[in-house]
Design a protein around this ligand. Structure first.
Ligand code: ADP
Ligand code: MG
Length: 279
């Protein structure tokens, strides 16, 4: 995928602010799966949401891309309440790259990425701008050569790149991604990190690797059992005590190279662990 400086002149992305205040969501009639989540991102911020399996990371993302309507609290994008917007307008402001995409399998890659333009205006000028955005997104994610292939026949990494291309074609102000590096090999993972750092739009991504969170993000939100443990700048927030409380591991900050790195080990007295099992 083309990233950062190698990408050539791209249409400048327009970043939007994103704010969650005292957000809670749960299935009807059940205890909330997440509650008390509050954070504020300025345009162009990159937020990593981290936490153990089952902490509620994907659930929080679903509130941010307008799938789950909050039980309490609010999400504001560019200062506007997400649920006061028509779905189509919301989709012009926030795009999502998700792990599961069951509805996508019947389509070619071209059709998939074209679908990113659905929320945008039609007309001759709109269609021309759309075609340019689609072509640029496919080039950037190196899926142009896969245009005619059925999405279902792609490898995991190719699928992931096609899904990111669709979201870029949508030209959102906020891009939300759920574990975007999961199916990527080492090279594409490094390229994804570079890509996320190079996008001008506001980014919210779940990641399970704290080293990667430190590489990608300017801010971090730590979730455990549906509660927000911390929100703040990556360095300064991801401290050993917080990592211990949130992940039940001993952590040290390893002084290696320019970026933040962590060493982990299991706590000594594992029999003492009273942490709720989350999966
Ligand atoms: P994470 O992404 O951090 O691994 P999830 O947000 O997927 O966690 O899930 C958090 C918890 O909420 C899990 O125990 C999951 O099974 C549960 N959960 C998620 N969505 C629903 C739902 N719609 N109804 C009931 N339980 C759910
Ligand atoms: Mg998840």
């Amino acid at each position: 995928m083309q990233t950062g400086s190698g990408a050539g002149p791209e249409k400048p992305d327009v970043a939007l602010s994103l704010e969650a205040t005292d957000l809670a969501w749960g299935p009807p009639g059940r205890a909330p799966l997440i509650s008390g989540v509050s954070f504020a991102l300025t345009p162009g911020d990159r937020l990593a949401i981290v936490g153990p399996n089952g902490a509620g990371k994907s659930t929080l993302l679903r509130c941010l891309y307008r799938l789950h309507r909050p039980l309490a609290g609010a999400v504001r994008v560019g200062g506007t309440d997400l649920w006061s917007l028509a779905p189509r307008l919301a989709a012009r402001k926030i795009a999502a790259v998700l792990q599961e995409a069951p509805g996508d399998f019947a389509f070619t890659v071209q059709e998939m990425v074209d679908a990113g333009r659905t929320p945008h205006a039609g007309g001759i000028a709109g269609r021309a701008a759309g075609a340019r955005a689609v072509a640029a997104a496919m080039r950037r994610m190196e899926v142009s050569h896969l245009a005619g292939r059925a999405f279902s026949t792609l490898s995991g990494g190719e699928k992931q790149r096609a899904l990111i291309a669709r979201a870029l074609a949508q030209e959102p102000g906020v891009l939300v991604l759920d574990e975007p590096t999961n199916h990527l090999d080492i090279r594409h993972r490094l390229e994804a990190v570079e890509l996320l750092r190079g996008l001008a739009m506001t980014i919210v991504t779940t990641l399970h690797d704290l080293d990667m969170a430190a590489d990608v993000a300017s801010k971090v939100l730590v979730l455990r059992a549906g509660r927000q443990m911390a929100f703040g700048p990556v360095s300064g927030t991801l401290q050993p005590a917080l990592i211990r409380q949130s992940f039940d591991v001993e952590a040290e900050i390893a002084p290696r190279g320019p970026s933040l790195r962590f060493d982990y080990r299991l706590p000594e007295r594992r029999a003492d662990s009273s942490a709720e099992s989350s999966e």
